[in-house]
Write a protein that binds this ligand. Structure first.
Ligand code: NAD
Ligand code: UDP
Length: 316
């Protein structure tokens, strides 16, 4: 425990899309934040509002190397998250999840502080059970192009639970489903940012496959609210807990909504479906509602997309 008056959280990946929203939220809640990021998939643009605040510190650091700091809790978000980003250097992706988790868990163990892990719905792989509950063990191809991310995150969960059982560490493991909102990377290839950027530029909207595959999209503010509630939950609440918005849409429905919200006249073009692309994904959030004080996503897809469109419009 540090001697600071305000509690300080370490947020790894704090300059990223979700991380930057989390840093802002923690500071608004009265905490200090130490943001650690190597800017692999982000830039200082996401945190310009925070740089200069006495409650915000930034360290450029790769978490695959050990880190010695004093904090009161750790949110471990560092990891490239979109297929385009995590497949660029797959070995580094696995290292970030595995070596990075070992380093952050070692830090939490020395400091005896709680640690949150940003795990993912990808631990379920191409699910054979729908919707996915936390008890489903998943269907991951261990040697496919998505494995560096999926298996890295699965191994990170293993490490978190072994540190918990072996050393009594307080862990908080969140399985995050597709999240979107302002500050998504415009070129990371994720469907929401792709379609909005294409619609605003008047370019064709790329739909992979026939567009009948589904996803369930959660607005970033709802996701950050769940992170904070999970960290604040009693120590017995370790997760893994699914976090996401269970409202399921097909990619064709998403494209239609984006066209309506942007007023774009772009056409839809179909492109090949990437390998191992899950046909359906929807979280069962019964557990989250129970252990996170009735948490439930509040922002509709339409409202969240409108906010995201505003963000991308202002960038262009
Ligand atoms: P992001 O790419 O915007 O953020 C990740 C951040 O981690 C970036 O700032 C990047 O520079 C940093 N980073 C990467 N490797 C690092 C390393 N070795 N050392 C230090 N920093 C490093 O992605 P995001 O969407 O904000 O995702 C945040 C976390 O949430 C990730 O762990 C991701 O796996 C998880 N997640 C996100 C989603 C989603 O839909 N966005 C879904 C499931 C899980
Ligand atoms: N997708 C698409 N067009 C795009 C980008 C993605 O149709 O321009 C599809 C992709 O094949 C997948 C879904 O949208 O079925 C969600 O893709 P994303 O990369 O956003 O997330 P993930 O596959 O990790 O859930």
């Amino acid at each position: 425990m540090s001697m600071r008056l305000r509690k300080q959280y370490l947020v790894t990946g704090g300059a990223g899309f979700i991380g930057s929203h989390l840093c802002e939220r923690l500071i608004a809640d009265g905490y200090d934040v130490l943001c650690v990021d190597n800017f692999y998939t982000s830039s200082k643009d996401n945190i310009t509002k925070l740089i200069g605040s006495v409650h915000f510190e930034l360290i450029r650091h790769d978490i695959t190397f050990p880190l010695y700091v004093e904090v009161d809790g750790i949110y471990n978000l560092a990891c490239p998250a979109s297929p385009v980003h995590y497949q660029r250097d797959p070995v580094q992706t696995t290292k970030t999840s595995v070596h990075g988790s070992i380093n952050m868990l070692g830090l939490a163990k020395r400091l005896r502080v709680p640690i949150f892990q940003a795990s993912t719905s990808e631990v379920y792989g191409s699910p054979l059970v729908h919707p996915q509950t936390e008890s489903y063990n998943g269907n991951v191809n261990p040697i496919g192009p998505r494995a560096c991310y999926d298996e890295g995150k699965r191994c990170a969960e293993t490490l978190f639970f072994d540190y918990h059982r072996q050393f009594g560490l307080q862990i908080k493991v969140a399985r995050i489903f597709n999240t979107y909102g302002p500050r998504m990377h415009p070129n990371d290839g994720r469907v929401v940012s792709n379609l909005i950027v294409q619609a605003l530029a008047g370019n064709p909207l790329t739909i992979y496959g026939d567009g009948t595959q589904t996803r369930s999209f959660c607005y970033v503010d709802d996701m950050v609210e769940a992170f904070v509630r999970l960290m604040d939950a009693e120590p017995g609440v370790t997760g893994p807990v699914n976090l996401g918005n269970p409202v399921e849409v097909t990619m064709l429905e998403l494209a239609k909504l984006v066209l309506r919200l942007t007023g774009s006249r772009s056409k839809v073009v179909h492109m090949p479906l990437p390998p191992d692309d899950p046909p359906q994904r929807k979280p069962d959030i019964t557990l989250a509602k129970r252990v996170l004080r009735d948490w439930t996503p509040k922002v509709s897809l339409e409202d969240g997309l409108a906010e995201t469109v505003r963000f991308f419009r202002n960038r262009s």
